[in-house]
Ligand binder design. Structure first.
Ligand code: FCB
Length: 445
């Protein structure tokens, strides 16, 4: 049986959340609208037309929720700051009630012996900035930098651990290429201009935190997935390489000073030359103290000539008859190990933290209990894979579970339950699932 102590006594165990997914109070206390408030109001975008106005009501219940973090035994609580709570219109004067709220959350963590990790951007862009083009517009960078400065100055004395962005590939691809997340834009031109401004924000955000905060420990997070060619054919292997450039390499390589990964895909080379602004290798670089890896599934890729440009297609876990979660995401702990090894093989990578990992299942509340054996099995497998990588010398210092409690899972609304705690969205009653108790035992030794 795997034990927390196998990871060493300094290993950090945490649980992660994000503002838009839990806070609610979406138009209260001076908060402005975000792209997610706007997107959820559109027809057909979110499962069951679920909205963000109440979510988990964390805004009013943060004390009880932080008490639950403590009860489960986690020493780290990761949460994000809603940009529109601080700056309702994206820029300008800070909203004192917004500033106060995160002081309260931070103070509550510190009072309970929990170390806060703050994510500056977890996808809830101010709608006012989206009117200017959002991440596709050059004006976003000055606005983001000003927001980072305000947060660093307000909280930097109390909070030393920062994550600049949450999954840049996640929000630029889903929100600006595929249109299934806010703001619902599509197409390669939107995507690549969003990518460039986001990569700049990633490095500049880091530089501002470094300048403003004494002894800051600065990271940023990346979604990552092992990319597996469906067969050994050259076509499938090349298709997998293209997807790897996008999914895994597009944001980490510029941060490491390597520029965009142009050598393995001529499309990226084309953009690199076409957008003169892409010649920014030095500006895109920042020496992060830690790299946050977030992994949920591998992607099996098949060549497909009918898919424009990318000429690749995912072969889903279900059609390959592989175990998968309620999201259809393949459960494959070996691919978790492989992707950690892939990222750790960059020569100048530094320290790694797993800033998100977890699984959604069709949880049932029966007689006051949620017996989520699948989730417990998932954590056992994934933690074993993590330990294997650590024992082989990968410099990993922490692991954060996604997520504390069931919450608003973006386009899936409240239907996808990822929490260690079951949330009854009608009553806001929190019920610790068996997996929550499993973590409590795991961490209590
Ligand atoms: C990640 C997001 C997080 C959550 C999990 C399931 O990509 O960062 O907010 O939605 O997936």
């Amino acid at each position: 049986m795997i034990k927390a102590t196998d990871f060493g006594k300094d290993f950090l165990w945490g649980v992660a959340t994000a503002a838009a997914q839990v806070e609610g109070a979406s138009n209260l206390y001076g908060k402005g609208p975000s792209i997610w408030d706007h997107f959820t109001a559109k027809k057909g975008k979110i499962k069951n037309a679920h909205k963000l106005d109440i979510a988990c009501d964390f805004y009013h219940r943060y004390k009880e929720d932080i008490a639950l973090v403590k009860l489960l035994g986690f020493k780290v609580f990761r949460f994000s700051i809603a940009w529109t709570r601080i700056l309702p219109n994206g820029r300008g004067e800070a909203n004192p009630q917004g500033i106060r709220f995160y002081h309260n959350v931070i103070d509550e963590c510190l009072k309970n012996g929990i170390t806060p990790y703050i994510t500056l951007y977890h996808w809830d862009l101010p709608q006012a900035l989206e009117h200017e083009g959002g991440w596709t517009s050059f004006s976003i960078n000055a606005a983001f930098n000003a927001f980072v400065s305000i947060c660093a100055i307000a909280y930097g004395d109390k909070v030393k651990n920062w994550i600049v962005l949450n999954e840049p590939f996640g929000f630029t691809s889903l929100g600006y290429m595929l249109g299934i997340h806010a703001p619902g834009k599509t197409g390669l031109t939107n995507f690549f201009s969003a990518v460039h401004h986001t990569a700049l924000a990633q490095a500049e955000g880091g530089k501002i935190l470094r300048a403003e905060i004494n002894k800051a420990h600065i990271g940023t997070s990346f979604s990552c997935s092992e990319i597996i060619p469906n067969t050994g054919s050259d076509y499938d292997i090349l298709a997998a390489k293209r997807i790897d450039c996008l999914v895994n390499r597009l944001f980490i390589e510029p941060a490491l000073g390597l520029g965009y990964p142009t050598e393995d895909w001529d499309l990226l080379e084309k953009f690199n030359t076409e957008f003169s602004t892409w010649r920014y290798t030095e500006r895109l670089k920042f020496n992060f103290d830690f790299i946050g890896l977030q992994n949920y599934f591998p992607i099996t890729v098949k060549y497909n000539a009918f898919i424009p440009i990318i000429q690749a297609w995912e072969v889903k876990a279900k059609s390959r008859k592989k175990p998968h979660t309620a999201m259809g995401w393949e459960v494959n702990a070996n691919s978790f190990y492989n992707i950690i090894k892939q990222f750790s093989s960059y020569p100048n990578i530094g320290n790694i933290m797993i800033t998100e990992n977890g699984a959604a299942y069709h949880d049932q509340l029966i007689n006051g209990h949620v017996e989520d054996h699948d989730r417990i099995a998932y954590f056992n497998l994934y933690l074993e894979a993590l330990l294997r990588a650590k024992k082989e010398g990968v410099n990993i210092s922490g692991y954060m579970v996604w997520t504390l409690m069931d919450n608003f899972e973006w386009a899936a609304g409240f239907t996808a339950r990822f929490g260690l705690i079951y949330n009854d969205f009608k009553t806001q009653q929190r019920i610790i699932k068996n997996s929550g108790y499993w973590w409590k035992d795991f961490l209590s030794i």
